[in-house]
Design a protein. Structure first.
Length: 84
C-alpha cells in the first residue's frame, strides 16, 4: 500500500512545478495555486470576474523535454484561448 506524501513534501513539489511552468493570463503573470488531482471530474471552476469580454488567452509553460540536448529550443507553452 502506498502512503500519501507528507503535506510539506507535496507543497515543495507544487512550488517547484509552479516555478517550472509559469502561467500568464492575457500576457500578465498570474499566481495560481497548483494542486494535485486524481480525477478530471472535479467540477472546479475558475474565477473570471474582471476579465474582459471577447478573447482571453491562458498560457502555461511546458516542462523541459526529458533528454533534450543543451542549447535546443524549449518546448512552446500550452496556449488556451477562451472567450466571454
Amino acid at each position: 500500500m502506498r502512503r500519501r506524501p507528507r503535506p510539506v513534501t507535496e507543497a515543495a513539489v507544487l512550488r517547484c512545478m509552479a516555478a517550472l511552468q509559469p502561467v500568464t493570463l492575457n500576457g500578465r503573470p498570474v499566481t495560481v495555486p497548483f494542486r494535485f488531482y486524481t480525477s478530471t471530474g472535479s467540477r472546479r471552476t475558475s474565477p473570471v470576474a474582471g476579465l474582459p469580454r471577447g478573447e482571453n488567452v491562458l498560457r502555461v509553460g511546458a516542462l523541459a523535454r526529458p533528454g533534450a540536448r543543451p542549447g535546443t529550443q524549449p518546448a512552446p507553452p500550452f496556449v488556451i484561448p477562451f472567450w466571454f
